[in-house]
Design a protein around this ligand. Structure first.
Ligand SMILES: [Cu+2]
Length: 348
């Protein structure tokens, strides 16, 4: 399986995924986009900034890594998204590779001071989606079927205040028996993102929470589960197997999830630029994303659901490395444009 491993692990860093937009109680925000934001810093975002950078989104792969909270050396952001308790949140991701099988999750954790470390925040789960037996889809596949997005509700009964919203996709393809032969055991990929929310409402609940790292253990059934998404001619019942999956972490907070009360909030700042700058920013992102989009489209074609086309995979085994090289070339080619954008945006 060496060729397959090279495609999916060594060379396919550009097949990783990250949040591209987030809709919170009716308003759209930019995330901290590690493909471009580190190069135009300082940026004003609702997402915690971090040290990872480049044209790819690094997954966290170690369960005791402090980065599991809010990524690498995560920093308290400049902005907060106002949200009514009970409001809807939708996360929109960069192209999701369908064989990155695994769950989608969301947590909230109260943070009373910018000095508080995210590792000390107590997070409670507000959303989890593992495998849907009726749809025969993993959460990531379902997201891929819906414009690379998943959405959920904030609880309606929690106490008002500043919270970190921690959203997460977990890719478990590293647990597949077909991919374990190269010592890849346990290499699951965790993609957390942290956003600051100012939640309003008249609730009083203060749910118990867990810490990251700490909440996930290397031998958790929800993390060691081998998703059935096989390579070759295996015809065993994948749906039966996958439907036994239970996502990791504490149970979902079972408070109230009623509709929000009062008018939609109006944020003072969202991180979205003026129309002209925004067009340039999105254009840069489109160019940066092209190699990853090409690779994801390719992988999703040869490995759409459960069975990979073994011959095609072999024939294009180096595709990941090619996309990685293209990604670097694109970034080098855009250097001047990105610098000009930074200048025009005036460090916003
Ligand atoms: Cu990946």
């Amino acid at each position: 399986m060496a060729i397959l491993s090279v495609l999916l692990f060594a060379g396919a860093a550009v097949a990783h995924t990250g949040i591209r937009h987030i809709l919170i109680d009716g308003n759209i925000y930019h995330p901290y986009d590690s493909r471009i934001d580190p190069l135009i810093r300082p940026v004003r975002r609702i997402e915690w900034s971090h040290d990872a950078m480049g044209a790819t989104f690094n997954p966290i792969t170690n369960f005791s890594d402090p980065s599991l909270a809010c990524r690498e050396n995560g920093k308290y952001p400049a902005l907060k998204a106002p949200a009514r308790a009970g409001a809807e949140v939708a996360t929109y991701w960069t192209p999701i590779t369908r064989m990155h099988n695994g769950p989608a999750l969301a947590y909230l954790g109260r943070i009373d001071s910018p000095e508080t470390k995210p590792q000390d925040v107590k997070f409670f789960k507000i959303y989890e989606y593992g495998f849907n037996k009726e749809k025969d889809r993993w959460a990531n596949e379902d997201a891929s079927d819906h414009y690379d997005s998943f959405s959920f509700k904030l609880p309606s009964d929690i106490k008002a205040g500043t919270y970190i919203l921690r959203t997460e996709l977990i890719a478990m393809h590293g647990n597949m028996k077909e991919l374990k032969s190269n010592g890849l055991r346990g290499q699951i990929q965790i993609y957390p993102h942290c956003f600051n929310l100012e939640i309003t409402g008249s609730g009083t609940a203060t749910p118990e929470g867990v810490n990251f790292p700490g909440a996930y253990k290397v031998d958790d059934a929800g993390l060691t589960f081998p998703p059935f998404a096989t390579y070759g001619n295996d015809t065993s019942p994948g749906n039966e197997h996958n439907s036994k999956y239970v996502p990791p972490g504490p149970p979902k907070y079972n408070g109230k999830y009623d509709a929000p009360v009062g008018p939609l909030p109006v944020p003072t700042e969202t991180g979205i630029y003026s129309p002209e700058l925004e067009t340039t920013y999105q254009d840069l992102i489109r160019k940066i994303e092209r190699p990853a989009l090409k690779l994801a489209t390719y992988i999703n074609t040869v490995w759409p659901h459960y069975h990979a086309d073994a011959d095609q995979m072999k024939a294009y085994g180096k595709m990941g490395a090619v996309a990685g090289k293209e990604g670097k070339e694109v970034m080098a080619g855009l250097k001047a444009d990105i610098a000009a954008f930074k200048e025009a945006a005036g460090g916003k």
